[in-house]
Design a binder for this molecule. Structure first.
Ligand code: IDP
Ligand code: MG
Length: 142
């Protein structure tokens, strides 16, 4: 399995609820390493750009309003098969369907406020990492 990097966002509801530590613990226990991190508050335009693939869907407005209502913690996670592994550690998009022990099963507040974002493929990971981080600010091994 290849070493990979993926983008993770801890969403505003979980930053507000003081759950950053519990969520990062899940990544670390799952074998992923935080190799870059910063707290940012997205503007409306930035959120629309980041979630552009969902433009036009019924939940888009609510998603943008939620993602801009407070700061998020953006991180680059590195590890073997990191993109897929992060998706497993996160759990299903709908927290009601998330497997026991996953981040979304334990920390999500609702379908929209579902604790975390994670890239879903190598192409999106590269694009999403570049959205938040300069290469020089990533302390990984690849
Ligand atoms: P993902 O975050 O598991 O990759 P996506 O389908 O890419 O899921 O959706 C992006 C985000 O949009 C979700 O994490 C969630 O916050 C929100 N979302 C997706 N589908 C719905 C929905 O049906 N109702 C409300 N919010 C949704
Ligand atoms: Mg997605």
């Amino acid at each position: 399995m290849p070493q990979e990097q993926t983008l993770s966002l801890i969403k505003p509801s979980s930053v507000t609820a003081n759950q950053i530590g519990g969520i990062i613990n899940k990544f670390e226990e799952g074998g992923l390493k935080v190799v870059a991190a910063k707290m940012v508050r997205l503007t409306e335009n930035q959120a629309k750009d980041f979630y552009g693939v969902h433009q036009g869907k019924p939940f888009f407005g609510e998603l943008i309003s939620f993602m801009t209502k407070g700061p998020i913690l953006a991180q680059v996670l590195e590890g073997e098969n990191a993109i897929q592994k992060n998706r497993e550690i996160m759990g299903a998009t709908n927290p009601a369907e998330a497997a026991p022990g996953t981040i979304r099963a334990e920390f999500a507040h609702s379908m929209t406020e579902n604790a975390v974002h994670g890239s879903d493929a190598p192409e999106t990971a590269e694009k999403e990492i570049a959205f938040f981080f300069d290469k020089k600010d990533i302390y990984g091994t690849i």
